[in-house]
Design a protein around this ligand. Structure first.
Ligand code: C2E
Ligand code: MG
Ligand code: MG
Length: 630
């Protein structure tokens, strides 16, 4: 702060006596002060307002407004109230002095003036006045500074609190994001159910719990929707998703604190039941789930029914890893599916052995099929041929090619033990191609070997999975060309399921086969749910009456009626019929009487190796030449 000279100042002298004014002005001016004068109270106040003196020397006794009143007025007026007033009074007048202080004076000087005293008093008051002013200025500065500081504190505090709340918000968002990430990591986005990762964690926890606590048991129920693929293929993936959501919803509401349902993947759900009391409770749950899913699901305009197969396993201290329990529940599920859809199966060690056997078989099948494509050893597969015979003449009309697997172990594995594995793994496609080529080649060879043949046909079984190959028709056309077999000597045996709602590929393939002129045969007819309208639309030449009707022909009236209906249907559609599994003469006779044209079965011949079939054809041709019947 700059140093101010405390002794300079402006002094207003108020006195009605010009002489006094003159003397005092002279004395004080000579000291270096600026001197202003007024001769009465009114003039003094005006002058004070105008010139803002630092000190006022005010005479008490003045005509009109005396010094006291002037001082009182001064003290009430803003801007000049703080001007220190020194009264001038006569030496003897003590009352004046006291009154002077009471109206606001700071001092007094007595007349007649003692010059040095006047100067000293004025100087002292000037100093005080200047100091006071300085202090006032400093106070004001301090106040401004304090206010600025306070303002800054307020601003800073609000900035800080804003920053803090932003930080808190960011932290909350981060926590939310973290929580969402964690939720997403453990939940399935489609159904909202816990996902596989959650399941594995939970199973890990339960596995540990079981190893420490003998009394704690849990169950794993592995549920898989039956024919979910049909919904996906026929109604589209959106409908499939809708169905999965619906299933998830129904499963979710079933469960309590003890049980949780997780989506394992695709149409597979796993239900974990903690603290289970026993097998009965687990089975009860499986049945309950099946009951709940039995009710139809509404998908847009469609009502869809889904069954569910359930594999169950109960906790075991042998389960060291979560995968162990899942593996066994899955093996039980596989078993449930084999029993027919909509079943449940409880895991037992025999099932594990079956699963292991199946796994080994799958591995061996992969190798055997791979070997067909890059032969490094003789093929493990061969075809056997079963004659299809005219029931009227007893003559061979053709053969059905039936696949045989001579497993490396020396065992012959029948098709019903490996075709389903081939279908599940997709191996049926390369395997089916091989069967087709082999069968066509063989039939062409027989046609060449026996020139007088009556046009034998070869029936080849085609799996529904093969039909899904977009290039199947082309593959067949190529095989016919390569092997030299005429198109009309080949018949494809399809199961009825191929004629149900089919997806784009299958329908297109069937149309292409029709264009190629390849005849189709419906295998095991009567056991499925053929769409009769499709029978009419497709190039179907033959219905093969299923073995189950033929075998009961003598014992059950219903079977006869079914066969009669099938024959009548075939005749009305211009198709012929082959009865499968004829084992005895009476069956042959009855089928012949009912108008069935052809038969196949042990009565005529078992499926034969190509060598034995060739010998049979030799005899057949000789008999034909001799014109003898059978
Ligand atoms: P399928 O096409 O209905 O074949 C007829 C089955 O009945 C054959 O069994 C045959 O040996 C058997 N069979 C014939 N006559 C009689 C009889 O009088 N009595 C009895 N009990 N059975 C008789 P196989 O060879 O075991 O074949 C079973 C099934 O495996 C076939 O049923 C067919 O669905 C499938 N299969 C066989 N070979 C192939 C193939 O190359 N490809 C495909 N996709 N499936 C095949
Ligand atoms: Mg067949
Ligand atoms: Mg059959």
């Amino acid at each position: 702060m700059s140093q101010v000279n405390l002794e300079i100042g402006r002094i207003l002298i108020v006195d009605d006596n010009p002489n006094n004014l003159k003397v005092l002005s002279g004395v004080l001016r000579s000291t270096g002060w600026e001197i202003l004068v007024a001769t009465d109270g009114e003039g003094a106040i005006e002058q004070a307002e105008y010139s803002q003196p630092d000190i006022m020397l005010l005479d008490v006794m003045m005509p009109g407004m005396d010094g006291f009143e002037t001082c009182q007025r001064l003290k009430t007026q803003r801007g000049i109230a703080d001007i220190p007033v020194i009264f001038m009074t006569s030496l003897s007048d003590t009352v004046d002095k006291v009154k002077g202080f009471s109206v606001g004076a700071v001092d007094y000087i007595t007349k007649p003036f003692e010059q040095e005293e006047v100067v000293a008093r004025v100087r002292a008051h000037l100093k005080i006045r200047n100091l006071t002013k300085q202090v006032q200025v400093q106070n004001e500065q301090l106040q401004t500074l304090t206010q600025t500081l306070e303002q800054r504190v307020v601003t800073r505090t609000s900035e800080l609190s804003n920053a803090l709340s932003e930080l808190q918000q960011a932290q909350a968002q981060l926590l939310q994001r973290e929580a969402k990430l964690e939720y997403d990591a453990f939940h399935d986005s489609l159904t909202g159910l816990p996902n596989r990762a959650w399941l594995m964690n939970q199973l890990q926890y339960l596995t540990r719990l079981t190893s420490h606590n003998e009394d704690f048991h849990y169950a794993v129920l592995f549920a898989d929707l039956d024919h979910f693929k049909v919904v996906n293929d026929s109604l589209g993936h959106l409908a499939g998703d809708q169905l999965l959501k619906g299933v998830a919803q129904r499963l979710q509401v079933l469960f309590t604190q003890k049980a949780t349902v997780a989506r394992f993947g695709g149409d597979e759900f796993v239900i974990l039941v903690e603290d289970i009391e026993g097998v009965k409770e687990a089975i009860g749950l499986a049945v309950y789930i099946q009951e709940q899913l039995k009710l139809p699901f509404k998908l847009d305009t469609h009502e869809v029914f889904v069954g569910v197969s359930v594999g169950i396993t109960l906790s075991s201290r042998d389960y060291a890893h979560p995968e162990d329990a899942l593996r066994d529940a899955d093996a039980a599920l596989y078993q449930a599916k084999k029993q027919g859809r909509g079943c449940y199966a409880l895991f037992n060690p025999a099932i594990r052995n079956l699963a292991i056997t199946r796994m080994q078989l799958e591995g061996d099948l992969r190798k055997a099929v791979a070997n067909l494509e890059r032969p490094i050893a003789p093929p493990e597969f061969c075809l056997h041929y079963q004659p299809i015979v005219s029931l009227a003449t007893g003559r061979i009309a053709g053969f059905e090619a039936l696949l045989r697997w001579s497993h490396a172990s020396g065992q012959t594995i029948p098709p019903n033990q490996f075709i389903s594995i081939a279908e599940e793994t997709g191996l049926i496609n390369p395997l089916g191609s091989w069967v087709l080529r082999e069968a066509c080649q063989q039939m062409h060879q027989w046609h060449q070997q026996f020139a007088s043949n009556p046009g034998w046909t070869i029936n080849v079984n085609v799996s529904p999975i093969q039909l899904r190959q977009a290039n199947l028709a082309q593959q067949i056309a190529d095989t016919l060309e390569e092997t030299g077999l005429a198109t009309h000597h080949l018949k494809l045996e399809l199961t009825e399921s191929c004629l149900l709602e089919t997806n784009g590929f299958e329908a297109a393939t069937l149309e292409q086969l029709e264009v190629l002129g390849i005849k189709l045969c419906i295998d095991d007819f009567g056991t499925g749910y053929s769409s009769l309208s499709r029978l009419h639309d497709l190039p179907i030449a033959t219905l093969k009456i299923d073995y189950s009707f033929v075998s009961r022909i003598d014992s059950e009236r219903d079977s006869i009626e079914v066969i009669q209906a099938i024959v009548a249907l075939a005749q009305s559609l211009g198709m012929d019929t082959v009865a499968e599994g004829i084992e005895i003469l009476t069956q042959q006779a009855k089928l012949g009487d009912m108008g069935c044209e052809f038969g196949q079965g042990y009565l005529f011949s078992r499926p034969l190796s190509s060598l034995v079939a060739t010998q049979l054809l030799c005899q057949e041709v000789q008999a034909l030449c001799l014109g003898t019947g059978r």
